[in-house]
Design a protein around this ligand. Structure first.
Ligand code: SAM
Length: 286
C-alpha cells in the first residue's frame, strides 16, 4: 500500500459497511491490517468486524465522549510516525459520527489525512431514491424534541434541494408527522430502511402516504432509517403560477397600470414587466 509505506505518519479515515460485510473494500482491509492503531467508536462492536476479517491491529476507543481527551494522544502517536485508521460503527467516519476534532487537529499539525472511501447511508439512500440527486442537502439527525424539530423543519421549508435526514426508528412516526405539517403532505418522500441488509426497504410516496404507511406497518418503524424529501418548488415557478391566476382577474376589473401595480406587490415580480403583460391581456380582451 503506497500511502502507508511512503508516509507512515498518516491518519486514515476508513469507511466500513453499513450492514452487508461484503461492501468492505480491499483497500479498507489492507489499511486496517497495516496501520499501527485503529481508533474505533465502539471497540466491542468493531472487534466483531475485525475478527470476521482476521485483523489483529490494536484497537483504541475514540467516541463522542472521549474524542476531546483522546485527540492530543493520537496526534502525538501520529507525530512520532505511527499510522492510525479511524473507523466508526458503520459507514463513513465523521458523517454523523465522531472524528471532526481529530481530523482538524491532524490538518493543523500538517499530518497527512487519507480518506479510504466506502458506504455512507445518506449517499446509498439518495442514489436509489428516485429523487433529484444533482443538488442535495444532508441534514443529519433532526432534533429529538418536537418544538425544536418543528423550528428546524420550518427553516428548511423553502429549501429547493433534495433533503436527506437520518431518523431514529423511535422518532420516525413523530418526525414524518412534523414533516407533513411543515412541508405539506404532497411532497414526494422516500423511506430507506435497513440498507444493504436482509430487510432492505426503499419506499417512495407522497409525504402524507408515507406517514400513513409507516403508521400502519410496524415493521417500517424498525431498524436504521434514512428519510429523503423532495425539495420545495422553485420560487419563480410559484410566482409564475400565482401571476397566471391573478393577472387576468385584475385586468378584467382594473385599469392596466393598477392591475400591474397590485400584481407586482403580490408576486414580487417587476412592475414594468407586469405592465406589458397586463397591456397584452387587455388588448386580447377587447
Ligand atoms: N457514518 C454513518 C454513515 O456513513 O452513514 C452514519 C452514522 S449515524 C450515527 C447512524 C444513522 O445512519 C442511522 O440512525 C441511520 O439513520 C443511518 N444508517 C446507517 N446505516 C443504515 C442502513 N443500513 N440503512 C439505513 N440507514 C442507515
Amino acid at each position: 500500500m503506497s500511502n502507508l509505506t511512503q508516509n507512515p505518519a498518516t491518519l486514515f479515515l476508513v469507511a466500513t459497511p453499513i450492514g452487508n460485510l461484503g461492501d468492505i473494500s480491499s483497500r479498507a482491509l489492507e489499511t486496517l491490517k497495516s496501520v499501527d492503531l485503529i481508533a474505533a467508536e465502539d471497540t466491542r462492536h468493531s472487534r466483531r468486524l475485525l475478527q470476521h476479517f482476521v485483523i489483529n491491529t490494536r484497537l483504541i476507543a475514540c467516541h463522542e465522549h472521549n474524542e476531546e481527551q483522546q485527540t492530543p494522544a493520537m496526534i502525538e502517536c501520529l507525530l512520532k510516525g505511527q499510522s492510525i485508521a479511524l473507523i466508526s460503527d458503520a459507514g463513513t467516519p465523521l458523517v454523523s459520527d465522531p472524528g471532526y476534532r481529530l481530523v482538524q487537529a491532524a490538518i493543523e499539525q500538517n499530518i497527512r489525512v487519507v480518506p479510504v472511501p466506502g458506504p455512507c447511508a445518506a449517499i446509498v439512500a439518495l442514489s436509489a431514491s428516485g429523487l433529484p440527486t444533482d443538488r442535495f442537502v444532508f441534514e443529519g439527525f433532526p432534533p429529538a424534541r418536537q418544538g425544536a424539530r418543528l423550528n428546524y423543519l420550518q427553516a428548511l421549508q423553502l429549501e429547493q434541494r433534495t433533503l436527506v435526514f437520518y431518523v431514529s426508528c423511535h422518532r420516525i412516526t413523530a418526525t414524518l408527522e412534523d414533516m407533513v405539517s411543515v412541508f405539506g403532505g404532497g411532497r414526494q418522500a422516500v423511506l430507506a430502511r435497513e440498507l444493504t441488509k436482509t430487510f432492505e426497504t426503499i419506499h417512495k410516496a407522497a409525504l402524507s402516504e408515507l406517514k400513513q404507511w409507516v403508521e400502519t406497518d410496524e415493521n417500517q418503524r424498525k431498524g436504521e432509517i434514512v428519510v429523503l424529501v423532495e425539495g420545495a418548488p422553485e420560487q419563480g415557478d410559484d410566482k409564475q403560477q400565482l401571476l397566471n391566476k391573478l393577472l387576468p382577474v385584475l385586468v378584467d376589473e382594473l385599469p392596466v397600470k393598477q392591475a400591474a401595480k397590485i400584481a407586482s406587490k403580490v408576486t414580487g415580480l417587476h412592475k414594468n414587466d407586469l405592465y406589458r403583460l397586463a397591456l397584452g391581456l387587455k388588448q386580447e380582451n377587447k
